[in-house]
Design a protein around this ligand. Structure first.
Ligand code: HEM
Length: 240
C-alpha cells in the first residue's frame, strides 16, 4: 500500500513534470511551426465564440485560484486576518462560478468538435483527446467543489507544496476522498500530455503585442515604381 501511494503521489507527479518540461523543449525544437492554438474559427464561429470565451475565462481564473489557494500556505492568509474557514468559503463560491464556466465552455467546444461536420473533418484525435481530458479534470474538480465537502488546506495543499519544493509527502493524500485523488492524478497526466497537444499555445500569450512599436503603412506613390514610396512619405505628407 505504501508503495502504491509512493508511486501515485510522488513518482507519477515528478514523471509528468519531467515530461512536461522536456516535452515542451523537444516540441519547440522539432515542431516550432505547429506551435499554436490551431484556430478553427474559419470553419465555425458561433459555438466557438461562446465555448472559447466561457472556457478560457473559467480556466484562467481557476488557475489563478489554484495557485493562490494551494501554493500559498494558510499561515500567510492568517497574517491578513483571513481564517481557514473564510479561505475555504471564498474558494468554494468562486470555485463554483469559474468551474461551471470552464466546464460549460469545455463541453461546448467538445460538442462542436464531435458534431459539427466541418470541424470534425478538419480535426484530429489529439483535439478530441485534449478536450476530453480537460472535461474529466474540470468535471471532477467541479464535482469536488459542489459535493466534496473536504478541507484541502491541510492535506492536498501541503502535498502540492511538497511536490513543488522537492519535499514530497504522499501520506498527506491518505485521508483524501477518491474524487479528489482522481482529479489531481488526471491533472498531472494532462500536464504531461500537454506538450504534445495544441495546449502549447498557453505559453505563447502575445504579451509583447501590447508594447510593440506601431507598424506604419505608407501609401504607394502613384505612377512611380513604388521604390520611392519606401524611402519618402506619400504625396502631401499624408500617411495611411
Ligand atoms: C493564456 C492565455 C490564453 C490565450 C491567449 C489562449 C488563446 C487561444 C486561442 C486564440 C485559441 C483558438 C480559438 C480558435 O479556434 O480560434 C485557443 C484555443 C484553445 N485553448 Fe486557449 N488560450 C489561453 C489559455 C488556455 C488555457 C489555460 C487552456 C487550458 C488549460 C486553453 C485551452 C484551449 C483549448 C483546448 C483550445 C481549443 C479549442 C477548440 O478549438 O476546440 N487555452 N486558445
Amino acid at each position: 500500500m505504501d508503495l502504491v501511494y509512493e508511486l501515485i503521489f510522488t513518482v507519477f507527479p515528478y514523471l509528468c513534470l519531467t515530461v512536461f518540461v522536456l516535452g515542451h523543449a523537444y516540441r519547440y525544437v522539432t515542431d516550432r511551426y505547429k506551435w499554436n492554438a490551431r484556430s478553427s474559427e474559419f470553419l465555425e464561429k458561433k459555438s466557438l465564440f461562446w465555448g472559447a470565451i466561457l472556457f478560457h475565462i473559467g480556466i484562467i481564473l481557476t488557475f489563478v485560484g489554484h495557485a493562490g489557494g494551494l501554493l500559498i500556505p494558510q499561515t500567510y492568509y492568517d497574517l491578513f486576518g483571513i481564517t481557514g474557514d473564510m479561505h475555504l468559503s471564498i474558494a468554494h463560491w468562486t470555485g463554483e462560478v469559474v468551474g461551471i464556466a470552464a466546464l460549460l465552455g469545455c463541453l461546448l467546444l467538445l460538442g462542436r468538435r464531435l458534431f459539427n461536420l466541418r470541424v470534425r473533418a478538419a480535426g484530429t484525435f489529439n483535439d478530441l483527446f485534449t478536450l476530453g481530458a480537460l472535461a474529466i479534470v474540470i468535471g471532477t474538480g467541479v464535482y469536488n467543489v459542489f459535493f466534496g465537502r473536504y478541507n484541502v488546506l491541510y492535506s492536498v495543499a501541503p502535498w502540492i507544496r511538497g511536490i513543488v519544493t522537492f519535499s514530497p509527502d504522499p501520506d498527506l493524500m491518505r485521508p483524501v476522498p477518491l474524487s479528489f485523488k482522481i482529479h489531481v492524478t488526471a491533472a498531472w497526466a494532462l500536464l504531461g500530455f500537454s506538450p504534445f497537444s495544441r495546449l502549447v499555445h498557453i505559453w505563447s500569450v502575445p504579451v509583447f503585442y501590447f508594447f510593440r512599436r506601431h507598424i506604419l503603412f505608407r501609401r504607394r506613390a502613384t505612377g512611380g515604381t513604388g521604390a520611392e514610396a519606401l524611402s519618402s512619405p506619400a504625396p502631401g505628407g499624408k500617411e495611411g
